[in-house]
Ligand binder design. Structure first.
Ligand SMILES: [Zn+2]
Length: 132
C-alpha cells in the first residue's frame, strides 16, 4: 500500500473521483436528534448509540460528503462511571463507503456528553465507478 503503481492510476481514471483524504468536517446534533438516539448500556459496562443514530448520521454526513453510501462499523460511548471522564471523549465511531472500489473511511468524535457537535475526519478519496 505504499505509493501507486500503473494499475492503480488506470483504475482511478475510470472512477468518479473526489479528493477528501484528511478532510475534517463537522455536523450538528439537535436535541430532537438526541431524542432519537438512545444510549444503550451493556452488562459488560460498555455503552453505544442505538435507535436512529446511523440514519441520522448518514443524513448529516451528506453535508460534507454527498457522494458516498455509508456503512457504519463501530460505535463506542464512554462508560458512565469512567474515571477518565474528563480526559476521554463521549463518543467515537467509524464508517466506510459501501462501494468496494471506494477507499473512503470516516471517524466520528463527540467530545462533550450529548454534545451538539460531531467531528468527522475523512480518510481516503472518493472513487466511484460510473454507471453503478
Ligand atoms: Zn465512496
Amino acid at each position: 500500500m505504499f505509493g501507486e503503481d500503473d494499475d492503480d492510476d488506470a483504475e482511478m481514471k475510470r472512477c468518479f473521483r473526489v479528493d477528501i483524504d484528511g478532510t475534517r468536517a463537522k455536523f450538528k446534533l439537535t436535541k430532537e436528534d438526541w431524542a432519537r438516539i438512545p444510549v444503550k448500556s451493556f452488562r459488560s459496562g460498555g455503552r453505544s448509540l442505538s435507535g436512529h443514530w446511523s440514519r441520522i448520521f448518514a443524513d448529516k454526513i451528506k453535508e460534507s460528503n454527498p457522494w458516498c453510501n455509508v456503512r457504519f462499523k463501530n460505535n463506542y460511548v464512554r462508560s458512565a462511571n469512567s474515571r477518565k471522564v474528563h480526559s476521554s471523549v463521549f463518543f467515537r465511531g467509524g464508517a466506510e463507503c459501501k462501494r468496494p472500489e471506494c477507499s473512503v473511511k470516516m471517524k466520528f468524535v463527540i467530545r462533550e456528553e450529548y454534545g451538539n457537535q460531531v467531528e468527522v475526519t475523512y480518510n481516503g478519496n472518493v472513487c466511484h465507478r460510473a454507471g453503478e
